[in-house]
Write a protein that binds this ligand. Structure first.
Ligand SMILES: Cc1cc2nc3c(=O)[nH]c(=O)nc-3n(C[C@H](O)[C@H](O)[C@H](O)COP(=O)(O)OP(=O)(O)OC[C@H]3O[C@@H](n4cnc5c(N)ncnc54)[C@H](O)[C@@H]3O)c2cc1C
Length: 335
């Protein structure tokens, strides 16, 4: 069997591995302690938060089919949130997601989705790949000096700016990677001893320094304190990325208190997570980045709009292209 090395075990890396594991011998390399990437969750003794993806849609049939086993098991549930849009401090739209297209969340945390997808995959965690080297086959070199060799194919599923730094300039689509800027974001975690009186469970906030407020503890199956997850705007995170965590926490609490019209300083739990590459600056629609001469490819959410469903679809498209090339090769050989 041909050997495939996938760098990154977020949603796109895990999806690609599942889609190709019966055709190739797949190994994933993930720099974190566990797979998840930006579907990351955090648990303290008292509360839990989804730090990255808050929910996801499944608009295509292939993605609906892919997640069906998780839905059947209850690892993914619909989040029927009361949703609002707030613009310039004014509530401009109110919806109940129960009556709208399904928004899904992992249960009891978002990263349970990654835990489920990781079953039966060969994943090397705490493995940060720092360079690639092609002899007759690909070698992947870890930061700590470990070398993993013998790969026929390698796929990067890293955010575009990281992929640009990692992949060799000889990669056919190297310049495409440079043309996809990704922006930072801050995730503010607030936990309260008592429930708050807030008339919605999810809010997109427009034209403000914060962009999203969720009552995290109102998602299905969440336990512990009443929690709010607040995301900064990308512009705010860009401007204040070098500022200390404590200052950002104070500022974001102030901004959120303004939007909600209530003082949130009494939160019993406050913490902040800084994302360097949270999302695409623009909503790209990048072609499939596959270099069949080098047997090197890249995919990720940034190819298709920067969401969980885009991460899956980019992996799906790439998996189909690799299969086409492999079957083509087999056909050539059997001619
Ligand atoms: C704050 C925030 C809010 C979001 N909200 C939503 C939302 O509500 N709905 C939605 O659909 N999407 C949302 N998203 C986007 C969603 O999380 C992503 O689209 C999706 O998770 C991306 O998956 P991916 O596999 O393409 O990339 P990633 O999840 O980034 O996976 C890349 C993986 O590569 C690993 N890695 C990086 N460098 C190396 C290296 N050198 N060696 C080995 N491994 C490496 C990383 O640790 C990571 O696990 C949000 C993202 C953020 C950050």
């Amino acid at each position: 069997m041909l050997k495939l090395g996938i760098i990154g075990a977020g949603f796109s890396g895990l999806s690609l591995a599942i889609l190709l594991k019966d055709l190739m011998e797949v190994t994933l390399f993930e720099k974190g302690h566990r797979p998840s990437g930006r579907i990351l969750s955090f648990d303290s003794d008292t509360c839990s938060f989804d730090l990255g993806a808050q929910y996801f849609t499944a608009r295509t049939k292939v993605f609906q089919d892919f997640i069906r086993p998780l839905v059947d098991l209850g690892t993914i549930k619909r989040w029927n949130a009361k949703h609002v849009r707030i613009q310039n401090g004014v509530l401009i739209e109110r919806k109940n997601w129960m009556d709208d297209e399904p928004r899904y969340v992992g249960c009891p945390r978002m990263n349970c989705v990654a835990e489920y997808l990781s079953q039966d995959l060969n994943i090397q965690t705490s493995s940060s790949i720092s360079s690639l080297n092609k002899l007759d086959k690909w070698q992947l070199l870890e930061e700590n000096g470990t070398i993993h060799g013998g790969f026929d194919w390698v796929v990067s599923t890293l955010p575009a700016p990281s992929a640009k730094n990692l992949l060799p300039e000889s990669f056919k689509y190297h310049s495409t990677l440079s043309s996809v800027p990704m922006r930072p974001c801050f995730s503010l975690m607030l936990g309260f001893e008592n429930d708050r009186c807030i008339e919605f469970e999810a809010a997109h906030v427009l034209n403000a320094e914060i962009s999203w407020i969720a009552v995290n503890s109102h998602k299905p199956e969440r336990k512990g304190l009443y929690t709010l997850m607040v995301h900064s705007s990308m512009e705010f995170a860009e401007k204040y990325k070098a500022v200390s965590k404590s200052e950002i926490i104070q500022h974001m609490i102030h901004e959120t208190s303004q939007v909600l019209g209530q003082d949130l300083n009494s939160a019993a739990f406050k913490d902040l997570y800084k994302w360097q590459y949270a999302n695409n600056a623009q909503k790209e629609n990048t072609p499939i980045l596959i270099d069949s001469d080098l047997q090197l490819a890249a995919c990720g959410d940034w190819c298709l709009g920067g969401r969980v469903e885009g991460a899956f679809t980019s992996a799906w498209n790439l998996s189909n292209s690799i299969q086409e090339i492999l079957y083509g090769t087999i056909n050539e050989q059997t001619k």
